[in-house]
Write a protein that binds this ligand. Structure first.
Ligand code: KIV
Length: 270
């Protein structure tokens, strides 16, 4: 078994992702720094520098206070660390309120980082903004369903696509974002039937998070999936390791050894 061997050998591009629809599930995780981006390099097709870093790394209760400077800094770091995946810059809240502002900020992303695409939250109301970016050669990933940047205006995180009319609304949003030129679509926090309906309706790949198994790919926040983020655990998060316990156990050993003057020993001294 070669479970420790990264499988991706060639740089992933927008066209690689487009061609994966209905052929092979797309894998994506978040990354916020060079250290972990390097570890993830070669495993997943896409890395998302998500504004979720404002919660897991900045310790804020939501993503809304992330800004362009913060996202650019972390994206530069991720681009230094990973060479193969397609790196997506998550446009922070307030950075794409108008077409002009969105374009100006997206141009900064391309000028100042090596990210290949930007992600924008929103349905049909954001279609014009997506169109402006794609018409100006910026690759865009859409994001519909549960949208963390709407948490304050909607009064919390709510699973979407429960009723037939909500599913229809999601499908229409997806079609508008596709028509505006997005090459992929994150579908977050929706009932599996809704994600399936969206995935069947569009010809661009859908990447689900909390959206069941029928999407064209999956994305998870790395600090959730490796068990480092403990503030809360949504139902859709599967923990592939218990990172927090491993860190605590290692800290215990380190502190113990220092207190007992066992570290540094001869092997770790000059
Ligand atoms: O910011 C983020 O990590 C995201 C994912 C939840 C898709 O947008």
């Amino acid at each position: 078994m070669s479970i420790h061997t990264p499988k991706i050998e060639k740089r992933v591009t927008v066209s690689t992702i487009r061609h994966m629809k209905s052929k092979e599930p797309i894998t994506m995780v978040t990354a916020y720094d060079a250290l972990f981006a390097r570890l993830f390099d070669g495993y997943v097709e896409m890395l998302l520098v998500g504004d979720s870093l404002n919660m897991s790394f900045m310790g804020k209760p939501d993503t809304l206070s992330a800004d362009m400077e913060m996202m650019l800094y972390h994206t530069k770091a991720v681009c230094h660390g990973a060479k193969l995946p397609l790196i997506v810059f998550d446009m922070p809240f307030g950075s794409y309120t108008t077409k002009e502002q969105a374009l100006e900020n997206a141009v900064r992303v391309y000028r100042e980082t090596d990210a290949q695409a930007v992600k924008i939250e929103g349905g049909r109301e954001r279609a014009e903004i997506v169109r402006t970016l794609t018409e100006n050669s910026v690759a865009v990933v859409g994001h519909i369903g549960l949208m963390p940047q709407f948490i304050r205006s909607e009064g919390g995180y709510q699973v979407k696509g429960k009723e037939e009319e909500d599913i229809q609304a999601l499908v229409e949003d997806a079609l508008e974002i596709e028509a505006a030129g997005a090459f992929a679509l994150v579908v977050e926090g929706v009932k599996s039937e809704a994600a399936k309906a969206v995935t069947e309706a569009v010809s661009i790949p859908t990447i689900g998070i909390g959206a069941g198994v029928e999407t064209d790919g999956q994305v998870l926040v790395w600090s959730d999936m490796f068990g480092f983020f403990e503030a809360f655990k949504p139902k859709f998060v599967k923990r592939y390791m218990d990172g927090a316990s491993m860190i605590r156990e290692a800290m215990d050993r380190y502190v113990d050894e220092v207190k007992q003057r066992k570290f540094p020993d001869d092997e770790h001294s000059y």
